[in-house]
Design a protein around this ligand. Structure first.
Ligand code: IPE
Ligand code: IPE
Ligand code: MG
Length: 249
């Protein structure tokens, strides 16, 4: 039981004011492990359990899109053993979650430089995405080898190539054109961005898409993050006034 029951109850939420898209920077696995004199990989293992909890909570709450920052373009620079362990964990997650994703009608999607992932991980990713492709209750987007800047470069290149071949004029390029050429094409922008472990930075996540996201940073380390705190953040989100640059009526 929670010490504050209102925080643990998803029925306290106003279904009309739920975020359509929640994006999370899942940070703090290493610090969680260090505090317990464990190795960083054990922190990532524990972090994978939080992923399961938060996916379930989103599904139960009725959130349509959840994007999880699982591996950044910069994370390739971590020690080889850690990168390899993260890839093993990712593959295991994809295999083990298949049945739950199917039961809950959750579609899996991936954003990022998927081509850089090890072949066996890529194959499993495609299998799970294919299997869940028709699910319509919720979409789980995993950001894998994802970087906002590299996504923007890729978008500019594609549009430049179209322009060079006469497919589009410079003056025809709009915000909509840009959005359509990002990995997140067709996905509504995040309404809510959560970062665990207290760091006040974006770390190259969804740079274009978070233009008007409401930001919540919690000091809780990702492995310690859970259903109740997530629901509390949703409640706090519902109390925020989103103005989008306008003035209140
Ligand atoms: C987040 O936890 C997981 C990934 C970035 C893959 P960290 O591994 O960054 O944990 P800290 O920041 O070192 O505590
Ligand atoms: C951001 O966390 C990336 C992911 C959560 C996958 P990092 O731990 O890599 O970010 P920095 O190094 O603190 O900016
Ligand atoms: Mg970190």
């Amino acid at each position: 039981m929670s010490s504050n029951p209102s925080f643990s109850d998803s029925t306290q939420l106003d279904p009309q004011r739920l975020p359509t898209h929640v994006a999370i920077i899942m940070d703090g696995n290493g610090r969680w492990a260090k505090k317990r004199l464990l190795n960083r990989i054990q922190g990532h293992e524990k972090g994978a359990e939080t992923v399961r909890t938060i996916v379930r909570t989103c599904r139960e709450t009725g959130i349509a899109h959840l994007t999880l920052y699982a591996f950044s373009t910069e994370n390739w620079q971590r020690p080889k053993v850690e990168v390899e362990a993260l890839m093993v964990l990712l593959k295991r997650f994809l295999v083990e979650e298949q049945s739950e994703l199917m039961e809950n009608r959750i579609r899996l999607n991936a954003i990022g430089q998927i081509e850089r992932l090890p072949e066996s991980v890529r194959e499993q990713l495609h299998r799970t995405m294919h299997l869940t492709a028709e699910n319509r209750k919720m979409t789980l987007h995993l950001a894998l080898s994802y970087g906002g800047r590299s996504e923007i470069v890729r978008m500019v290149r594609t549009i430049a190539e179209t322009a060079a071949s006469g497919g589009i004029g410079g003056g025809d390029i709009t915000e909509e054109t840009v959005s359509r050429h990002l990995y997140t094409s067709g996905i509504p922008d995040p309404d809510l961005l959560i970062r665990t472990s207290g760091e006040m930075r974006i770390s190259n996540f969804l740079l274009w898409q978070i233009a008007y996201a409401e930001i919540f940073v919690t000091d809780t380390l990702w492995p310690d993050f859970g259903r109740e705190e997530f629901l509390a953040i949703l409640q706090a989100y519902q109390k925020r006034e989103r103005r989008f640059g306008r003035v209140k009526e």
